[in-house]
Ligand binder design. Structure first.
Ligand code: SPD
Length: 307
């Protein structure tokens, strides 16, 4: 990319006004991600073409072709994934939990209607059943979705009805805690997950950014410490198109066979390139362990509360 293309004159800055939700806009040729969740900053991507725009029962859905990150899925003005960097999120949110237990068989994915987490869970040969709860059918129908993805439903209600001790692992691939995903960050939801897991079962939830959302992370950690009597850990990954360029995960296990999240017992990277249609792009066992190392300020705030 030519250097001049990166330089935006202040008079040409792409954001002129907010859309009807008061968040992001595509103005002249750029998408800028503006949200009260990250006030005072907005990452922008150049738009080549808008491929889909719609309003579902729950949220605004947009898919556009960007000039540098491939196709981009946006919900209520917030980037959910791009073709170029989705691997850094989908591989980590899936393999951090599934590589931490010996033999995952039954997995529940909450959210994840774009199919990326499903693609990653399917790499694990031990997995016999994957249930998926995606609230929004329009997300399932989008250009990213996986052919195998069919079940939609409300994660909160689904979990309440699930028999105790059903799943080896639950992955919560949610959007941010405003709008339809808000409940997925609250204590009763974590209690339902703990109930749905086998002893020594694991959960991995999207847990926001240490640069932007420490108060949210501290609340999640405090709730999880009360609910999950095994391990409670925060890990993170880089995602250039997410606010602050990174995102975290809360990993917890229920009482039972101990789970040491920092040391994977079920490595997937060794044989992956022979067994999969698309080899892993981001995850490996070294990165798995490194993902639990926190910068000092984050360690001070949450490190002592997690273990
Ligand atoms: N700030 C956006 C966080 C989005 C996390 N979920 C992404 C879903 C991708 N499957």
């Amino acid at each position: 990319m030519a250097a001049e293309e990166n330089v935006v004159e202040s008079t040409d800055f792409p954001v002129k006004e907010n859309n009807e939700n008061g968040i992001s806009s595509v103005i002249p040729g750029w998408f800028s991600e503006i949200s009260p969740m990250w006030p005072g900053e907005a990452h922008s991507l150049k738009v080549e073409k808008i491929l889909f725009e719609g309003k579902s029962e729950y949220q605004n859905v947009m898919v556009f072709q960007s000039s540098t990150y491939g196709k981009v899925l946006v919900l209520d003005g917030v980037i959910q994934l791009t073709e170029r960097d989705e691997c850094a999120y989908q591989e980590m949110i899936t393999h951090l939990p599934l590589c931490s237990i010996p033999n995952p068989k039954k997995v529940l994915v909450i959210g994840g209607g774009d199919g990326g987490v499903l693609r990653e869970v399917a790499r694990h040969n031990s997995v016999e059943k994957i249930d998926i709860c995606e609230i929004d059918k329009m997300v399932v129908d989008d250009e990213f979705s996986h052919d195998l993805l069919s079940l939609t439903g409300l994660g909160v209600a689904f979990l309440k009805a699930v028999p105790e001790g059903t799943y080896d692992a639950v992955i919560v691939d949610s959007s941010d805690p405003i709008g339809p995903a808000q409940e997925l960050f609250e204590k009763p939801f974590f209690e339902s997950i703990a109930r749905a897991l086998i002893p020594g079962g694991v959960v991995c939830t999207q847990a926001e950014s240490i640069w932007l959302h420490m108060h949210i992370i501290e609340d999640i950690v405090a709730n999880c410490r009360q609910i999950f009597k095994g391990s409670v850990n925060y890990a993170w990954t880089t995602v250039p198109t997410y606010p602050s360029g990174m995102i975290g995960f809360m990993l917890c296990s229920t009482e039972g066979p101990p789970v040491d999240f920092k040391h994977p017992v079920n490595p997937i990277d060794e044989n992956d390139s022979q067994s999969s249609a698309r080899p892993l792009k981001f995850y490996n066992s070294e990165l798995h362990t490194a993902a639990f190392c926190l910068p000092s300020f984050a360690k001070k705030a949450i490190g002592s509360k997690a273990n």
